[in-house]
Write a protein that binds this ligand. Structure first.
Ligand code: GDP
Length: 425
């Protein structure tokens, strides 16, 4: 728990215990063709992070098993615009991106607030036209991506064909970081090519237990060859790795990962992971990959805001001490209250803050600030630069509006929805 509720002078207060450092935040979304498995992957991420089922409460397989039929019955869907959870040392803000092609403008809007994405492809269907469309939108906003080839357990699964399609249809450079162990229904785990380990998932425990063991002897030649290919790619992003590669020296996993991360952040390469969301295989390594390969808000180029009257540009810094600038990217009605989702780009948002919405020529007063978890709202004392929060108190703010420190009004550049070029009148 990052915050605790305390009582001071008879009033309930919220006391910060340990604010997440900005560097630990990952604001990411999942982009895919409909049916590729976005919902299943999202649910599994929340499950493994303990958001939909408390890890600590599970003493045997039974409690976990209880969760499955329940989940299937109710068809839990993530209705929040952004759901927050913790994994490893990171706070993952999973931003919902609409899956349907009709919502292209909504997809574009969400692209603007996410810093990275998981692109899901089905190992059976491969890259489909809609996957191509969302990929192009992510390209337009230079969103770093990792790829997850899902449904490896299905008959007809062919991850190599899916990889080939990423190259041919998306003109992208995928980098395979895992090899599958077993095919189709006998898919059992993956080889982690960086760590050179076999990663398996215990069936008996819904894949909760991840076991790491040495690579079996018979797979070693294939693993060495795949690792060599990966090293060659990493060498493009690190001169020392290149020198070691050319000299044939062994390169530790951490150095390769750092080099590949650099390539990923510049959208030059796209690390690829394999799994089956339905069979709970491969989700935890994918979550590790979100932490390892996708950027924190500090690693992104500063967004440019413009003064609403003079048009003077200003580059924002992800600094909690700077004047507040936040973008409203979703407005929802919940329990009769207006809940406004904000991406805070600079400054620190506090309850009671009066903020200028220059597009509506009005001042909004923030009441409460929340992190939205899968099944609860957590009231927090402040929302800091880099974070995504939901607030109450905004009366007129609409999706796409900027809320600014009144002393420094800005409109965040390029964030308006483009006007239709052709009039239908
Ligand atoms: P979305 O439309 O992208 O959100 O896809 P869903 O998560 O709803 O998945 C679409 C269908 O594929 C559902 O019937 C899932 O149960 C199934 N599915 C998802 N992931 C896997 C997988 O890894 N293996 C198999 N065999 N089926 C899957």
């Amino acid at each position: 728990l990052r915050f605790c509720h305390g009582v001071r002078r008879g009033r309930t207060t919220i006391q910060p215990l340990d604010l997440d450092p900005i560097a630990s935040i990952r604001n990411f979304g999942i982009v895919s063709h409909i049916d590729a498995g976005k919902t299943t992957v999202s649910e599994r991420i929340l499950f493994y992070s303990g958001e939909t089922h408390k890890m600590g409460e599970v003493h045997d397989g039974l409690a976990v098993m209880d969760w499955m039929p329940q989940e299937q019955e109710r068809g839990i869907t993530i209705t929040a615009s952004t759901t927050t959870c913790h994994w490893s040392d990171c706070r993952l803000n999973l931003i919902d991106t609409p899956g349907h092609i009709d919502f292209t403008i909504e997809v574009e809007r969400s692209m603007r607030v996410l810093d990275g994405a998981i692109a899901i492809f089905s190992a059976v269907e491969g890259v489909q036209p809609q996957s191509e469309l969302v990929w192009r939108q992510a390209d337009r906003y230079r969103v770093p991506r990792i790829c997850f080839i899902n449904k490896i357990d299905r008959i007809g699964a062919d991850y190599q064909q899916a990889l080939q399609q990423v190259v041919e249809r998306l003109q992208a450079r995928p980098v395979l970081l895992q090899l599958p162990v077993g095919v189709e229904t006998s898919f059992a785990g993956v080889i982690d090519l960086l760590a050179e380990e076999l990663v398996s998932f215990e069936e008996s425990d819904l894949g909760r237990t991840v076991r790491r063991s040495p690579v079996p002897e018979e797979l070693k030649p294939e693993v060495q060859e795949a690792r060599l290919r990966l090293t060659e790619v990493a060498a493009d992003f690190d001169d020392e790795v290149m020198a070691d590669f050319l000299e044939g020296r062994a390169i530790p996993a951490e150095r390769l990962r750092a080099a590949l991360r650099r390539g990923t952040l510049s959208c030059a390469i796209f690390p690829v992971f394999l799994g089956s969301a339905l069979r709970n295989k491969g989700i935890q390594p994918l979550m590790d990959a979100v932490c390892d390969f996708l950027p924190s808000p500090l690693e992104l180029p500063g967004l440019v805001g413009r003064h609403p009257e003079t048009g003077t540009g200003q580059t924002l810094t992800c600094d909690p001490a700077a004047p507040l600038q936040a973008l409203a990217f979703k407005v929802m009605a919940e329990e009769g209250r207006r809940l406004t989702y904000l991406r805070v780009y600079s400054g620190t948002l506090k309850p009671g803050a009066a903020l200028l919405n220059s597009a509506r020529r009005t001042t909004e007063r923030i009441k409460h600030i929340f992190h939205i978890h899968a099944h609860k709202r957590e009231e927090i004392p402040e929302g800091r630069a880099g974070d995504i929060v939901a607030v109450t108190g905004c009366q007129v703010t609409l999706t796409g509006d900027t809320l600014s420190d009144p002393a420094q009004p800005l409109v965040l550049e390029g964030l308006e929805v483009p006007e239709p070029v052709v009039s239908l009148a």
